[in-house]
Design a protein around this ligand. Structure first.
Ligand SMILES: [Zn+2]
Length: 307
């Protein structure tokens, strides 16, 4: 009875050891050798022990086991993905080219290439049937925002720069005409505006909103492209310029043409950006914005600035 209990405990602990592997993206080396298989573990644990030389088992809380299993499920897949064999020269070169100040975003992007996956065997292999996430998955922790993470753009003397930036390709299921390079705060504001403002305002007109026509996002430049002016919020990845909207039937709504022609609708769309964004500029603001809505996430103590 005693031996059976011990065997059970060892089996359980062996399983836990397999589950508790660190994620593949971790820069740390694996702390201990991989277990070879289930059968040998079971066999060994059922045999009488020569003395009690094994280290004492640490008690593992059920919640911790669950967490470890979830981690194993999420992290085990990359080792199974059928990607080509790593090319050593290319896996090293990007790191050497990246400036020291860019480590946050680029490090995570480069991590898989720098730490080749260890072979996975035993129980972990049984729990690795699916990849952790699709290649073009959601970003910013929001399933309603699609795109990719981008390498950090170092902060420059001009005040530009974007660390932790993303290239947004769609929000709330609506594709963007070009990827918008912004920070996650701005990506989330864009999603909120499209979901709660633009889509309802357009409704079933033309079959509904089909595309957001983005004309600018991250751009290291002075405000309104006027030399000597302060750096625009575009230079910090906080701003997006939207020239109009394509509907499902192929027709378009443009700020330039429809601000007057579709006054009520376009003004409703403009107004709905005020809140999700701290600054909203359109044709009423100045001549620079006659053909697009500028929206950015700069915040003011006096509240949103919307013109
Ligand atoms: Zn702008």
């Amino acid at each position: 009875m005693h031996r059976l209990a011990l065997a059970l405990a060892l089996t359980l602990a062996s399983g836990v050891a397999v589950f508790a592997e660190p994620p593949q993206s971790s820069p740390r080396p694996l702390p201990r050798p991989m277990l070879v298989g289930v059968a040998p573990i079971l066999m060994a644990s059922l045999l009488p022990l020569p003395g009690t030389a094994r280290p004492a088992l640490r008690p593992v809380a059920p919640a911790a086991v669950e967490a470890a299993m979830a981690l194993a499920l999420a992290s085990a897949a990359p080792a199974r993905s059928p990607r080509p064999a790593p090319r050593p020269p290319r896996s090293v070169a990007p790191a050497a080219l990246v400036p020291p100040s860019t480590t946050i975003a680029s490090a995570s992007a480069l991590a898989p290439a720098q730490s080749p996956p260890a072979p996975r065997r035993g129980l972990a292999a049984l729990f690795a049937p699916r990849p952790p996430k699709p290649a073009r998955g959601s970003i910013c922790g929001d399933p309603g925002i699609a795109g990719t993470e981008i390498a950090a753009i170092p902060v420059s003397v001009t005040g530009c720069g974007l660390v932790g930036g993303v290239a947004v390709t769609a929000v709330a299921g609506i594709p963007l005409s070009q990827p918008a390079r912004v920070d996650c705060t701005t990506a989330k504001a864009l999603k909120r505006w499209v979901e709660e403002g633009v889509i309802p305002a357009i409704g079933r007109r033309g079959g509904g909103l089909a595309r957001l026509n983005v004309v600018a996002s991250y751009d290291c430049r002075p405000r309104n492209n006027v030399a000597g002016a302060r750096v625009s919020e575009h230079g910090a990845g906080h701003a997006i310029d939207v020239a109009g909207f394509t509907l499902a039937d192929g027709s378009t709504l443009t700020v330039l043409r429809d601000w007057s022609a579709e006054s009520k609708l376009m003004r409703a769309i403009h107004a709905s950006a005020c809140g999700p964004f701290g600054t909203v500029l359109g044709p009423k603001a100045d001549v620079y914005h006659r053909d697009h809505f500028h929206v950015d996430t700069a915040r003011y103590r006096s509240g949103p600035y919307c013109r």
